[in-house]
Design a protein around this ligand. Structure first.
Ligand code: F0G
Length: 449
């Protein structure tokens, strides 16, 4: 195999979609009309859309080809068996239940197994996961390692679960814990990975306290690649081998195929326990559909099956992780405070540090994200006080961090798009100016890359 210094996109582009260029005045108007909420914009008014990496990826020609092979039979469709075989080959779980996306898998699992007053430990719950726990009147308890709560702290596996804290929870509240979850990679905490060693530690505790262990596996492949490159003794294994071991340490998973399924829609719940699976399937039929399609078209099942095969390919993962890291490096070089180190799917700006004059309850993340849109047409998302600050009792409390996430859709933007984003986050230098009262007459230029 050839090795070059520059990591190029491991694909050619066969089909393109135009982006719309807008003027600053248009964006000021669009944002006001959207009530200053970037989610409420017309996506067309966005130039570079880094709102999410979920369902926004580009599918491969092989996936589009597979879509044409979709079998739309209501029950027992060939596409279901293809999907089931791929998911089973990867995860090893006995029951494979398709759902229309990740949160449907979460709702079905939690509604089937949680009772009022229960506690679900996780490294960090994502917003939909937390909401699906809380709607069952249960507590979503975040137990990420202390390093995971400090943006500037560097740690190779900042998504790890705090095993001592998990043990305390199991010791004190074990009777109220129906399952333990770990999110790979830890989206809320900065797209940070969890090590195999840590997953083994969680497994051990779950065995000791007889608790089922589930992965929130949305970004399992990115996590596997971080393990390959950062964990001792893992460099010689393929991402798929590592992913299989990650799944083998748990008893089941929820999955949004909109991320590492490389599909625009889809997800699944996979688990070993027969009794839980039956309960979940019954609820699935009530709200999602028959167990061989779970709210998806046959062609969606084909797209996910093929996507799960492509996502563990090493050239893809190398490019994916490197391109996120590239944006991160450029922002660090420009002095932007970002979560260290780069995450798998996104770069997270520490808005609380950047806008230190804006108190958390005045939403520094919203202020920054909105400014990025107005100035550069870039859409990002606040992950902070607006997303997580509201307490179950209706009061408001600042969470550990106020972040703005720049999430990178998979296989969509090229390096020049990313350079544009980095360029817009740079400062300026003075090229010409007098020694006194320079602000009147100086000439500026944007800082070079
Ligand atoms: N778990 C995690 C860790 C997620 O990041 C998401 C979605 C879900 C579960 C729910 O999956 O969207 O298919 O229902 N995260 C997206 C994001 C929306 O922008 O990070 P879903």
């Amino acid at each position: 195999m050839l090795h070059f210094k520059t990591i190029i996109e491991p694909f050619r582009i066969k089909s393109v979609e135009a982006v719309k260029f807008t003027h600053r005045e248009d964006r000021v108007k669009a944002l006001a009309e959207a009530g200053y909420n970037l989610f409420r914009l017309h996506a067309e008014d966005v130039l570079i859309d880094l709102l999410t990496d979920s369902g926004t990826g580009a599918m491969s020609a092989a996936q589009w080809g597979a879509i044409m092979q979709g079998d739309e039979s209501y029950a027992g469709s060939r596409s279901f068996y293809r999907f089931r075989d791929v998911v089973q080959d990867l995860t090893g779980y006995r029951h494979i239940i398709p759902t229309h996306q990740g949160r449907a898998a979460e709702r079905i699992l939690f509604h089937s197994v949680l009772e009022e007053g229960d506690v679900v430990p996780n490294n960090n719950h994502f917003d939909t996961t937390r909401a699906n726990v809380e709607v069952e009147e249960a507590e979503a308890r975040d137990l990420v390692i202390p390093e995971g709560r400090v943006p500037s702290e560097i740690h190779p596996f900042k998504g790890n679960m705090d095993l001592a804290a998990l043990e305390r929870t199991l010791e004190r509240d074990g009777g109220r814990v129906p399952l333990v979850m770990v999110t790979v990679t830890n989206n809320t905490g900065g797209g940070q990975p969890v090590s195999l060693e840590n997953l083994r530690g969680v497994r051990k505790l779950c065995d000791r306290y007889r608790k089922p262990f589930f992965l929130d596996a949305c970004r399992f492949a990115e996590n596997a690649y971080f393990i390959k490159t950062r964990e001792e003794g893992q460099a010689g294994r393929t991402p798929k081998e590592i992913a299989r071991e990650m799944f083998s340490l748990a008893d089941g998973c929820t999955m949004s195929a909109k991320k590492d399924g490389l599909a625009n829609i889809g997800g699944f719940l996979a688990l070993n326990d027969d009794a839980w699976a039956e309960r979940c399937r019954n609820l699935l039929i009530l709200t999602e559909g028959f167990p061989t399609y779970g709210g998806l078209a046959g062609y969606d099942l084909e797209a996910v099956a093929r996507g799960l095969e492509e996502v563990v390919e090493e050239p893809y993962l190398r490019y994916r992780i490197r391109s996120t890291e590239y944006l991160h490096e450029r922002l660090v070089a420009a002095g932007v405070p970002v979560i260290q180190p780069a995450g798998g799917h996104a770069v997270y700006i520490d808005a609380r540090a950047l806008l230190a004059h804006v108190p958390p309850l005045q939403y520094p993340g919203i202020a920054l994200a909105n400014a990025l849109y107005v100035e550069a047409g870039i859409r990002s998302v606040e992950i902070g006080t607006v997303m997580f600050g509201r307490q179950p009792d209706g009061t408001e409390k600042a969470p550990a961090m106020d972040l703005v996430r720049l999430a990178i859709p998979r296989r969509v933007y090229t390096q020049s798009h990313i350079d544009y984003v980095a360029d817009r986050l740079r400062g300026y230098r003075i090229t010409e100016g007098p020694a006194v009262l320079r602000h009147f007459t100086a000439l500026f230029e944007p800082l070079p890359a």
